[in-house]
Design a protein around this ligand. Structure first.
Ligand code: SF4
Length: 307
């Protein structure tokens, strides 16, 4: 595995991305401000903002930007979240309509303080978007709801085109960087349940590389995701948000990412994207535009019960 172990504060030459700027970024920022909305693009300091927003896709973070859990690699604030904004579903739908988004991702912090973990609020957001912009495809990128089937069912009942839950890393690294309320096996169970309840929609997961995993462990995680019913996977380089966060243990070379992308297809996943700046929702509409998705839709047109 060609990686680069390097000293602090220096990045390999492929970790270069222009800071998000330009008219579309300012437009989206002001609209989000007007509608009191959060985008994970901003909270997570995502390097792809200008590209994604320029392509009429955006990721909204619902239920505030304070998480009840604390993962050591995550830039989102941890603590006691505020009240749910019950106007949020309608405001996000309005933002989607005004921006003319063809695809959007709804993600969320973890809300252990809510009885259903916020599942109904996410379902309401999906339905609000489908009511005002039925052409917009929707991916939900959600937490684990403590593995509770009834909460996952609320979301799948709203029929997002893609259900996504990140495994985030390989099994051995998981307990070192993920909040202790998450477990590797429970995250696989969440994907398995979502698949059972998916009615032919897509299941996806993502994980970071550069956190101390081995090539064999990456292969095993891809196998685990395939067996859990995943159609799609994305893999990206972990980048340390601040010196207080989990350290980067290796920088994965672009050609090595391509090897892992090919490995995902060899293992039988239907769609895979891997690269230094690939993030869970980066180019997430590409899955729905893929030959794999087209073939699935054609099969379903012939036989609605086909997988
Ligand atoms: S659960 Fe998600 S939002 Fe919360 S700290 Fe972990 S990664 Fe960040």
């Amino acid at each position: 595995m060609s990686t680069t172990k390097i000293a602090k504060k220096t990045f390999p030459n492929w970790i270069r991305q222009p800071w998000p700027s330009g008219k579309v970024v300012e437009e989206v920022k002001s609209l989000l401000g007007d509608l009191n909305l959060h985008s994970v693009c901003q909270s997570a300091h995502c390097p792809n903002q200008s590209e994604c927003w320029g392509r009429k896709t955006a990721t909204f973070m619902v239920m505030g930007n304070t998480c009840t859990r604390h993962c050591t690699y995550c830039a989102v604030n941890s603590g006691r979240p505020g009240e749910l904004d019950l106007d949020e579903p309608a405001n996000i739908a309005e933002a989607v309509r005004r921006l003319g988004l063809k695809h959007t991702v709804i993600t969320s912090v973890t809300r252990d303080d809510l009885p259903d973990g916020g599942a109904q609020h996410i379902a309401d957001t999906i339905q609000a978007i489908k009511a005002v912009s039925p052409e917009t495809t929707i991916e939900v990128l959600v937490q684990d709801f403590d593995g509770k089937r009834e909460d996952i069912a609320r979301i799948q009942a709203a029929a997002p085109e893609v259900f996504s839950h990140n495994i985030e890393t390989v099994a051995s690294v998981f307990p070192r960087i993920r909040d202790r309320r998450f477990t590797y096996t429970q995250s696989l169970d969440v994907l398995r349940i979502a698949k059972e309840l998916s009615d032919g929609h897509f299941i996806k997961s993502s994980f970071m590389l550069g956190c101390g995993e081995t090539e064999a462990e990456i292969r095993q995680t891809l196998i685990d995701l395939k067996e859990a019913g995943c159609d799609a996977v994305s893999m990206g380089q972990y980048l340390q948000p601040t010196p207080k966060h989990h350290p980067v243990e290796a920088y994965i070379a672009p050609e090595q990412f391509k090897i892992y992308e090919a490995m995902a297809y060899e293992i039988g996943l239907g769609f895979a994207v891997a690269g230094a700046f690939v993030r869970s929702s980066y180019r997430s509409e590409a899955l729905l535009e893929s030959d794999y998705a087209k073939a699935r839709r054609e099969r379903k047109d012939i036989d609605p019960h086909a997988d």
